[in-house]
Structures are given as structure tokens and as C-alpha cells.
Ligand binder design. Sequence first.
Ligand code: GLU
Length: 414
Amino acid sequence: MAENLNLFTSTQEVVKEALNKLGYDEAMYELLKEPLRLLKVRIPVKMDDGTTQVFTGYRAQHSDAVGPTKGGVRFHPMVSEDEVKALSMWMTLKCGIVDLPYGGGKGGIICDPRQMSMGELERLSRGYVRAISQIVGPTKDIPAPDVFTNAQIMAWMMDEYSRMDEFNSPGFITGKPLVLGGSKGRDRATAEGVTIVIQEAAKKRNIDIKGARVVIQGFGNAGSFLAKFMSDLGAKVIGISDAYGALHDPNGLDIDYLLDRRDSFGTVTTLFENTITNQELLELDCDILVPAAIENQITAENAHNIKATIVVEAANGPTTSEATKILTERGILLVPDVLASAGGVTVSYFEWVQNNMGYYWEEEEVQEKLYKKMVDSFEAVYTTATTRNIDMRLAAYMVGVRRTAEASRFRGWV
Ligand code: GLU
């Protein structure tokens, strides 16, 4: 049988197994197998050349049993209904794992921001907020950055919402610039969270971070900050990549130089001649492999060739279910996306809390709180996996879905 590369249906399969193991019946799965709400919108945008282009966008709200829904908005040509649905379910799981009072949400627009001017991006961002305004809000559904969206886009979206609402609403969206109510440490939070779980995973496998060989696929927000943090901790980052290719140096790459040369979409390899492919990068001999780019990168095809001792998923969905089984059987410690990349939404939550009380924390306070959340969550998932003798993904799904299932039961929905 061909491998299931559909993120939505493969997520459903693991959610079903997790609910099963937790002792819930079919009715709970029926409730949680799809988002409660999915809005599809069409957004007309005046382009710089005077033409009008109509973009398609989505907002999915998986479950609001625990609290308002929360999750990013991605701008990408590959955005689809199934992807947004799967991503909203993952946000429910992430929020459950790090214990935030949210359910999962996610949005996306089919577009290629690399081909758009700032003016076009601003009009698209504002148009999206107007289109989804009826179902979002600081106590309903709180968007944030995701693939190819950033603090500037959050600022336009916040401004548009505030104008419609007729008062300043910083709590409508997170990942904002600091001057508009952003939180200290939000921009680096995903990578910080990944760094913390890498350290915890390394302890379990007796790997010293100093001198450990690290390969990072993707040089976007998570990948680039992570490369910096790992090299600051004394690890040797021997491989990095972007959408166009990968760089490899067994003696360690000069990360500061690469960070200096990357563009705002994380492209850097186009400046070099001796590149390798992304597939070759994944199979490099290393201690820690971090897929921090896109989906379905480690599959049944290449899982047998992965040489890392630990694989930490900083991207959403980089490893298929079948590959997860192969890696686990081979004794590779896989830290799944819903745990590893939860640092972003955790600091988003801190940002929202600060917006709600109008009092802002120092960076140390943010870091301390993030550290505790990530370490506790890693331990909860690791213990569930080892005591039940299941893979880390299934364990993370069990930890992640439990609260939403419980809340749905208490509310009398199931
Ligand atoms: N887009 C990020 C994620 O997938 C962050 C979501 C948020 O901050 O709400 O976790």
C-alpha cells in the first residue's frame, strides 16, 4: 500500500489511536476528527500594476472546548483546505501539551509572498482580516505568524482589526512588533523551545551538546535562530538548507556569516556553489537532525538512511507515520512537532496574557516560564512513551488531546 502523505488523514489516524488508548469511545473521535469550524474566503487585492487578483484564504478552528482557538496564519502557494485542517488539529495538540487555555486554530492564504510587493502584502493581510473578522477576536480566535508571515504582517492585521473594532485590540493577534504590544522573546521562541527539548533529548541519549554534530533543514525563523543557539552552545552545525539546496561542512559551518547573508525568507544557499540536495542533507552522518522546513521530508523511502541519534521536528509534519515507526524501531529518539515546536505558541500565550493585563515582562521572565513549560512537557511525553512502550508521537498526541477531550466531556458535548 502506498504511504499516506496526506497530513490531515494521517493526523486523524494518530488522534484516533490516542483517544483509543485514553479510553474514549468513537463519539469523542467523531467530535475531534475535524475542525468545528472552517471558513473559506475570497480576498480581492488591488495589485501594483492596477489589476485585481482574488486570493483564496482559510481559517480553521479545531476545538474551542478548552478556550479560544489559537494558531498562526501562513502565506504559501501550497496552502490547502486539508493542510489548514491538519494544522488546526496540531495546534489543539500543541496547546494541550504545553498546557495553555486554548484550542487549536490555523489560517492560510494561497499566495507566494516572495513575488509580492510590501503594498500588495499589506492589502492582502488587511483583506484577510476583514474577511474572517466575524469568527476571530481576542476572546474567540487569536491568529499569529507562521510560514512566510512575520511581525509586520501581524501589525497590519492588528491595525485592521482595531479599526473595525474601533478600539486598540493588541490581544487580537500575537507575534506583533514590541512597540505594538509584542512580547519580548516571541521572535526567537520557537527555536528556544526546540533548543530546550534538544537538550532534554540529548540527556536521555547521553549526548554532550558541546561538540555534537547538528544538521538543520530549513533556515527560516525556527531554523536560523536554532542554528545560532546550537552553535552558541558549542555544538557543531555541519549542515543547513533552504528551499533551493543545502550546505555541508563536516568541520562546522560559520553560522554568523550565513545569518548575515540570508534574506528575509531564509534563502542563503543560492550564494554558494558546492551545495548538496535537501535529501542528501537529511542523510548526513550526525548526532542531531532537525527538520525545520516543510512537510513529508522523512518518509518510508529515506527513514532507513537517517543516521542521526535524535530527530527533533521543528517544522510541522516533516516525518510521515510510517517513517515514525521505522525511526522508532531503529532506536532513534524522535521528538515530534507538536511538542518540539510548541515554544512559539507558548510565548504567544504569554504575549496575549501581557496584552490582557497591560503589563509587560522582562525577557528573563519570558525565558524562565518558557523553559519550565518545555521541560515539563518533554518529560510528560517521554514518560508516557516509555511507560506505555509507544512512540513519542503517539505519546505526545495522548498528552495533547486529553484536555480537549475532558473539556468536551464536562461541557456535555459527548
Ligand atoms: N504558527 C506557530 C505554530 O505553528 C505559532 C502559533 C501561535 O503563536 O499562535 O505553532
